[in-house]
Write a protein that binds this ligand. Sequence first.
Ligand code: MLT
Ligand code: ZN
Length: 484
Amino acid sequence: MRGVVTSIRLPRLSPDRVDRVRARLARELGDSKVVADAASLEANAGDESDQEPILPDVVVRAENAEDVAAALRVAAELEVPITPRAAGSGKSGGAVPVAGGIVLATIGMNRIVDIDRAEHVVVVEPGVVLGDLHRAVEAEGLFYPPDANSLAWCAIGGNVGENAAGPRALKYGATRDWLLGLDVALVGGEATFVGRRTKKGVTGYDVAALLCGSEGTLAVTTRVVLRLIPKPERVVTMMATFADVHAAGRAVMAALGSGIVPRCIELLDARTLDAVRARGVAVDEGARAMLITEVDGGEDDAMESAGRVGSRFDDAGALAVLVAQDASQRDRLWEARRQLSPATRAMARHKISEDVVVPRTKVPALLDEVDRISEAIGVSMLTYGHAGDGNLHVNFLWDDDDHEPRVEAGLDRLFRAVLTLGGTLSGEHGVGTSKAPWLRLEQGDLLVDLQRRLKAVFDPKGLLNPGKIFDESARSGTKGHRAC
Ligand code: MLT
Ligand code: ZN
């Protein structure tokens, strides 16, 4: 296994420098926006990943683009690390301030600035919560498809940073597919707009696309311009159950061959179904796998599409195919799906959830390999996620602290298998610190070094969100797991 370490090796600021940084920030931004009390530092130390939380030295609560620029100016002048953060819902350690220093919190910048009904464009600040954005545009008959499962609290700034996706990515793609432009501030405090506000545009490099998914390592977003479409008239939600996960895997391929593009096909394996049952959703005890599938479209054609996909499930051997009869049935099903991450966390003292992707024809092969890994390392595993995209959350669950080396070995084997199957390490959660030791394995030295050089163009001193994506030593290992 490559360079996996269990402690953070990046140097911290001396107490003198911390005092100087806090004083300077307070002078530039005002005392109320610069906080360093224990509760604030703790609240900005971790994210939703398995990575060990690290306390920053100071938190800037930005209220506008000028605050963001001022914090980035101070960081450059005093040469201190600065880690941008929106809601902190990330799952790869991207918002963990691994070198301490400044956390630049943009969650307070939460205005929906403009919903342009004629142009089908929305302009928002980075702290807008995804679910609030959905409600606001849907009230205007418009639709923003990306639907990260943490939509009740994740924020657009983080969605852009990680190129967040979600179940509906199968039909509609991820955040980058909806991003038109960004107002950003650079290390040093200069500000600019990248991208465009129009539907089309090809001038220069696509810098907005580059920044989307750069995990806050290149620039800090202060405003986001997103594309919208008309809200689909009708959504049909289906729940198909199967005798085993392999039958469900085959049914995914059958549905994708139906000529219909469902907006999502979510797979839940047997252990995941136990977690769903434990959350009070009635699922037939004989079912060992489930597909939650949605199609959308016009009033008439959505029902017809659902029929076609449903009959593919029947042909593939579904035990039952049920259609949600009303909004409350549909909401209950989705509530259970969206709660899988906390529900599975409650199943053991320690959990790692990966978000690997394989070509979707290889989903059954991946599921077989997960079984083999689980048996080989003697650690319980479960799998659920966006099977239509080949993007699966493979979870390791264990109670015994001494099992950490086994889990590390299992992770390494999982990642190697995914790459052998022609896949990629992350479909939506990013590299952060958690997958950095394996990036070269996927991308090779040339591409990783090219990206490091690109990073140096934006941030020559490596101050912005240090330790992420490329730094193999910043991973906290599985020891950093919070016990539940
Ligand atoms: C999900 O699909 O539920 C999220 O990406 C989080 C996860 O389960 O790892
Ligand atoms: Zn997911």
